[in-house]
Design a protein around this ligand. Sequence first.
Ligand SMILES: NC(=O)c1ccc[n+]([C@@H]2O[C@H](COP(=O)([O-])OP(=O)(O)OC[C@H]3O[C@@H](n4cnc5c(N)ncnc54)[C@H](OP(=O)(O)O)[C@@H]3O)[C@@H](O)[C@H]2O)c1
Length: 242
Amino acid sequence: MTGESSHGTALITGASRGLGLALARTLAGDGWTLIIDARGEEALESARAELSGQTRVVAIPGDITDSEHRGALADASREAGGVDALVNNASILGPSPQPDLLDYPLDVLEEVYRNNVISPLALIQDLSTELKPQARIINVTSDAAIEPYEGWGGYGSSKAALEQLSNILAAENPGLRVYSVDPGDMRTQMHQEAFPDEDISDRPLPEESVPGFIELLTGDLPSGRYEARALAARVGTTTAES
Ligand SMILES: NC(=O)c1ccc[n+]([C@@H]2O[C@H](COP(=O)([O-])OP(=O)(O)OC[C@H]3O[C@@H](n4cnc5c(N)ncnc54)[C@H](OP(=O)(O)O)[C@@H]3O)[C@@H](O)[C@H]2O)c1
């Protein structure tokens, strides 16, 4: 899967728009087989129709918090002969505007954790026998996991939990590469939900974060936390110098 041939199989959750779709487009262009999902059937079907012009795509509508849906993703992974990469990209912000922690409804916080922490781990568990040797797991995180931004306590603490879960998974499974990747601010639906009254047209498109993900999926970097755009810039500089 590394080197000149990057034709592997990747499962990307939440690939109907935003970062997930941008990454899926690049991997499709590089000949990867894709397994993708999202809850909204129409947008997912439109992504599938576009991507299938370039590569083999299995699109399964559903919610990552639903164990039956995760089972269908695991079945598709088995039928594809296993996966080289699992990208836990699907995630929710929670309420918009985001409540302060003292006012955060706990049932909603549980829902945010179910989407952003429990389900990514559940999917890793469900796919554990379908991960090929040296498979990459990318858990998409955020700077809100490490910066104490006011109002970001629900989403931010869920991403912090996802990061520590990634660290420990990596320690427990030295044969796997487990990455937490912060894509940076991106002009997407989630970002607009986070800043409902702002013009976000100055934020970079998700395509600008994709090269960092590709470097992790095709390179040989150790498990750990990475910032996608900084990684892409670093690799670009090294390539230009060599
Ligand atoms: N945008 C930013 O500025 C930013 C910054 C830092 C980190 N991130 C992270 O980057 C990742 C991608 O974010 P984005 O901005 O591209 O978000 P987005 O535009 O809201 O896209 C999210 C994707 O995930 C799907 N999804 C959400 N919940 C799902 C669920 N329970 N089951 C299945 N699919 C689900 C959505 O489709 P449906 O709604 O139809 O299910 C959609 O395809 C997330 O992990 C986010 O936390 C984003």
